[in-house]
Design a protein around this ligand. Structure first.
Ligand SMILES: C[S@@+](CC[C@H](N)C(=O)[O-])C[C@H]1O[C@@H](n2cnc3c(N)ncnc32)[C@H](O)[C@@H]1O
Length: 390
């Protein structure tokens, strides 16, 4: 059996180049202390399957020291993990993305850190090593997950300040914070986090508009209480509970449905790069996902677009071979497919900027995504202005 030490070194080599301090933190905080004996992982890129430390120790250790997330909870705890089917709602995030977020956060010894989404406690422990345990506050919404995290952290020798509750509230009593590290996906940045942060503080989060692609977000808080930042890379995380999408109404449950057609090949949107996804998500507030699975009529490519807050606003556009026009099935009156294609062509008109040209500003009035600089906001749901990118 390979030792945990050797496995950690192999993982650190795999993640290279890696900030020396983050590598040292990973050496000091072995990941296996935070992974339960039975969990779910996907070692081969296929669907996640059960890893069981007792039944197949080698498989469990391989998964724990691979650069993959280990899922520790399904359906907020309502579904037994051994069924391996359901929505993943808590995990020990993949080491590679944990490291990239910590590099962006850049905690120093003595910096006060607020983490949102304690999960297994692994990131909280890494933060304790980097910033000092008395400076770390971590909030977890799920009491069962929080209890296990507290146990994991204590057994690993760390005592950060742990809170069970809605992370959107932050923790004013422990602020002001120098760093805010969000480890669940958000489409809206709660202003409380900016309010509880010191000028110059850095906030990192998985920005998850869920229009095909999700992003890393890094914001810096200014003395006026407004935060600005950019999207350095891509990142996909489980959504914060209060910001999850509502499930769309099934066609059998509503009379309000429409059969339409479009001249725009649905693959134009599906194959568009991440910059288009960011722009369309910001302009429309809609989410999207796609599939190549054939249906009862044969070969097809489908893209679903939906309003994450409204079960009666979604559509699916379907590409089939040898078609000049494509079917769009829409539930509700909101013309979501048209909004998406309009937003796409706006992005084309801006010169098809990639995601690294966009940024975000968060103020007490809300948030807006901008192109190139904060004075050039993307005309979205949360912002309208004369000088916007039209
Ligand atoms: C990807 S996991 C976090 C991984 C964790 N940081 C680790 O190192 O293992 C996301 C966590 O966010 C939690 N979460 C979701 N919504 C939350 C909220 N409103 N406040 C606090 N935690 C939340 C979930 O219960 C889940 O445990």
């Amino acid at each position: 059996m390979i030792s945990a030490l050797n496995r950690t070194e192999a993982l650190i080599r795999e993640l290279a180049p890696l900030d020396r301090r983050i590598a040292d933190a990973m050496r000091a905080v072995p990941r296996h202390l935070f992974v339960p004996p039975v969990a779910l992982a996907s070692l081969d890129g296929e669907d996640a399957r059960v890893i069981d430390r007792e039944a197949d120790p080698e498989d469990w250790w391989d998964a724990v020291y691979a650069d993959i997330p280990v899922i520790t909870q399904l359906d907020d705890g309502a579904t037994d993990i051994r069924t391996a089917s359901g929505n993943s709602t808590s995990s020990c995030s993949a080491p590679g993305i944990v490291a990239r977020f910590l590099e962006l956060l850049d905690p120093e010894p003595g910096t006060r850190v607020l983490e949102i989404g304690t999960g297994t406690g692994w990131t909280a422990a890494l933060l304790c090593h980097l910033a000092g345990e008395t400076n770390v506050t971590s909030v977890e919404v799920d009491p069962v997950v929080a209890e296990q995290a507290a146990k994991n952290l204590s057994e690993a020798g760390f005592q950060p300040h742990l809170i069970v509750g809605d992370g959107a509230q932050g923790c004013p009593a422990r602020g002001p914070f120098d760093r805010v590290h969000v480890t669940c996906g958000i489409r809206t940045v709660p202003y409380t986090w900016i309010e509880q942060a010191r000028p110059g503080a850095v906030l990192v989060a998985p920005y998850s508009p869920r229009f095909k692609t999700d992003f890393q977000l890094r914001l810096v808080v200014t003395p006026s209480g407004v935060a600005h930042g950019r999207f350095p890379d891509l990142a996909s995380y489980m959504m914060m509970r209060s910001q999850r999408s509502v499930p769309g109404r099934q066609p059998g449950e509503t009379e309000n449905k429409h059969h339409l057609t479009t001249r725009i090949d649905p693959r134009t949107i599906t194959c568009a790069p991440a910059g288009a996804d960011l722009a369309i998500g910001a302009i429309t507030g809609l989410t999207a996902h796609d599939s190549d699975e054939p249906d009862e009529d044969g070969e097809c490519h489908r893209i679903w677009v939906s309003d994450p807050r409204d079960p009666d606003a979604w559509a699916v556009a379907i590409w089939r071979p040898d078609s000049d026009e494509y079917q769009v099935f829409q539930v509700g009156d909101r013309p979501v497919w048209e909004e998406v294609t309009d937003a796409y062509f706006r992005w084309v008109g801006w010169g098809e900027p990639d995601y690294d040209r966009f940024g975000m500003t968060v103020s007490p009035e809300g948030q807006c995504v901008w192109l190139d600089r904060p004075e050039h906001p993307v005309p979205g749901l949360s912002f309208t202005g004369d000088s916007s990118a039209q």
